[in-house]
Ligand binder design. Structure first.
Ligand SMILES: C[S@@+](CC[C@H](N)C(=O)[O-])C[C@H]1O[C@@H](n2cnc3c(N)ncnc32)[C@H](O)[C@@H]1O
Length: 469
C-alpha cells in the first residue's frame, strides 16, 4: 500500500505480536495515516450508482468499505454488518462479488435495500414513471400515518395532498417503479414539512415555518409535483446505472445480499458463519437514528408503538446490563465526574460490544473484523473507541492487526460547536482485528429483547453533545 503522507509512520504491530497499546502521545504515529478516498481512486464520487438514493446520518463513505473488502476479503466471501444503516456494505459487497448479511435496528434498511441492490436485467423507462405519477395525482386513496403529532409537522393542505399521494403508493402494486416514486415521496414529505430538512433530527424551525407559509402563497402543489417527478427520475437513472454497471462489469454475479431491519444486533441470530465483519457502530454522541428517520418510517406505514419500542433499543440510550472494563475505558470512567455521562458511556460500550461480539462469534477462524469508529469526547475527555475495542477483543480470541487513521477533510462530523469539544472529531479510525485460530468469546445472556431495554430517555440538556445533529 502506498503511504500518501511521507511523515506518517506505518504501524509496527503485527498479528503475531502480543497487542501493545501505543503510548498516548504517539497515538497518531502508532496508527497508519491514510486517506481512504485516495486509496480507492476508482471511486471518485461517494454517491455513485445507488449509494445516494437515501440520505442517512453518519453513512460510511464507500471508499472505506471498498478498501476493507479489497484488502481483507475475497470473491465469494460472506461479510456481516451488524450496524448496516443505509446498507453501504451491502451495495459494495454486491459490486465486489461478495455476499453480505446486514442487520440494523432501523426498519428503513428493509425499504432501502431492494432499491440499492437492484438485480433486474431490463432497463427501466421514464414513461412508466410518468404514468404512475399521473395515477398518483388523480388518486382517491388516502393514507394517514399512525402518528399522533402529525398535524404539528405539516400545514393542513400539504398534509392532505401527501396523504393522497401516500394513499396511492400504499395501494398500488409493489413494483420497482412504485419504490422509485416512494423514495422521491420520502424526500418530498420531509422537504414540505415544518422540520428542518438540512439536519437529520426532526426539528420544527421558524425558518421552515416561514418558508412553508411563503410556499403556500405560491404554486406549492406544482412545486411538490415537480420535486417528486425530478427525484423519481433521478432515482430511476441511478437504478439504470447500477444495472448497466453490473451487466458490464460483473458477469454472472451471484452475490447474495440479505438484510434484516428492525432487529437488535446484540441478540439477533446470525444465520451462518462469516469470513469478515465490516461495520461502523453508532456514535457515542447523541445521534438518534430512529428518531432522525421517524418521519420517513411513519409515512412508510410503521406505527408509533413500533417506532417507540425500537427507539428504546438504540445505543446508547439503554441501561447497561454489564460493565465493560478495559484499561483505557476504566481511565475515562474515572475521569468522568458526571453520573449521567458515566451511565451513557457504560451503556454505549455494553451494547456496542454485545452487538459486535454477537456477530464476531460467527466469524471463522482467521476472519477479519474491520470496525470503523471515531474518537469522540465526552465532557471534554477523549474516548479512544478503537483502542477500547482492541483492548476488549484481544482478551477474547482476537489479535490486533492494525489501525488506520483517516483525517476528516471534507466531512465535518460534529465541528464548530460551543461545547467542550468545539473542534468536533478530526480523525476516524479503521480498527482491524483478526480472529485467532481457536477462539472462545463470551456471549451475553438474553432474557428477552425488550425486558432489559429499559430506556434511558435521551435528555437533550444532559446529552454529551447536545449540539450534535
Ligand atoms: C454509524 S450508523 C451505520 C451507518 C452505515 N454504516 C451506513 O453506511 O449507512 C450506526 C447504525 O447503528 C444502528 N443501531 C443503533 N443501535 C442498534 C442496535 N441495538 N442494533 C442494531 N443496530 C443499531 C443505527 O440504527 C445506525 O443505523
Amino acid at each position: 500500500m502506498k503511504n500518501r503522507n511521507p511523515e506518517a509512520q506505518f504501524t509496527l504491530f503485527s498479528i503475531d505480536n502480543e497487542f501493545e497499546v501505543p503510548k498516548e502521545e504517539t497515538t497518531s504515529d502508532g496508527t497508519e495515516l491514510v486517506s481512504f478516498r485516495e486509496l480507492v481512486p476508482e471511486i471518485n464520487d461517494t454517491g455513485y450508482l445507488t449509494h445516494a438514493i437515501f440520505a442517512y446520518p453518519a453513512k460510511f463513505i464507500p471508499q472505506i468499505v471498498r478498501y476493507a473488502m479489497n484488502t481483507y476479503t475475497k470473491e465469494g466471501d460472506w461479510i456481516v454488518d451488524p450496524f448496516a444503516g443505509s446498507g453501504t456494505v451491502g451495495v459494495e459487497a454486491y459490486l465486489c462479488k461478495r455476499n453480505a448479511i446486514l442487520f440494523d435496528l432501523n426498519l428503513l434498511l428493509n425499504h432501502i435495500m431492494p432499491m440499492k441492490v437492484y438485480h433486474n436485467q431490463e432497463r427501466l423507462h421514464e414513461a412508466d414513471v410518468h404514468k404512475l405519477l399521473e395515477g398518483m395525482q388523480a388518486s382517491k386513496h388516502r393514507f394517514m400515518p399512525v402518528w399522533s403529532n402529525v398535524d404539528y409537522w405539516y400545514a393542513p393542505e400539504i398534509l392532505d395532498t401527501l396523504s393522497q399521494y401516500w394513499g396511492f403508493i400504499h395501494n398500488v402494486d409493489n413494483t420497482v417503479y412504485s419504490t422509485v416514486v416512494k423514495a422521491a415521496l420520502l424526500k418530498a414529505s420531509k422537504r414540505f414539512s415544518y422540520t428542518e430538512d438540512r439536519t437529520p433530527k426532526l426539528a420544527r424551525s421558524q425558518r421552515k415555518l416561514s418558508a412553508i407559509a411563503e410556499l403556500l402563497k405560491a404554486n406549492w402543489r406544482e412545486q411538490l409535483d415537480e420535486m417528486v417527478h425530478s427525484l423519481s427520475l433521478k432515482t430511476l437513472r441511478s437504478l439504470n446505472d447500477f444495472m448497466m454497471y453490473t451487466q458490464q462489469h460483473l458477469n454472472e454475479n451471484t452475490s447474495d445480499i440479505q438484510w434484516q431491519g428492525g432487529v437488535d444486533s446484540s441478540y439477533v441470530a446470525v444465520p451462518r458463519v462469516c469470513d469478515a465483519l465490516i461495520t461502523s457502530p453508532p456514535y457515542l454522541q447523541a445521534q438518534e437514528y430512529i428518531r432522525s428517520t421517524k418521519m420517513e418510517l411513519f409515512w412508510l406505514g410503521h406505527t408509533e408503538k413500533e417506532i417507540r419500542e425500537l427507539s428504546r433499543l438504540e445505543i446508547p440510550y439503554r441501561k447497561a446490563d454489564r460493565i465493560i472494563q478495559t484499561e483505557t475505558l476504566d481511565k475515562v470512567r474515572e475521569m468522568l465526574t458526571r453520573e449521567d455521562l458515566r451511565k451513557r458511556l457504560d451503556s454505549y460500550f455494553c451494547h456496542t460490544v454485545n452487538a459486535l461480539e454477537n456477530s464476531m462469534n460467527q466469524l471463522k477462524p482467521n476472519a477479519t473484523a474491520c470496525i470503523f469508529v471515531g474518537n469522540p469526547r465526552i465532557d471534554g475527555i477523549m474516548v479512544e473507541i478503537w483502542r477500547i475495542l482492541a483492548e476488549y477483543f484481544t482478551e477474547r480470541g482476537f489479535a490486533f492487526e492494525k489501525v488506520y487513521e483517516d483525517r476528516i477533510k471534507t466531512r465535518k462530523l460534529f465541528g464548530a460547536r460551543k461545547n467542550k469539544n468545539p473542534d468536533g472529531m478530526k480523525s476516524e479510525f479503521l480498527l482491524i482485528l483478526r480472529k485467532n485460530a481457536i477462539c472462545q468469546t463470551t456471549v451475553p445472556q438474553c432474557e428477552s429483547l425488550l425486558q432489559d431495554a429499559e430506556a434511558l430517555a435521551p435528555d437533550p440538556k444532559t446529552s454529551p453533545d447536545s449540539g450534535a445533529s
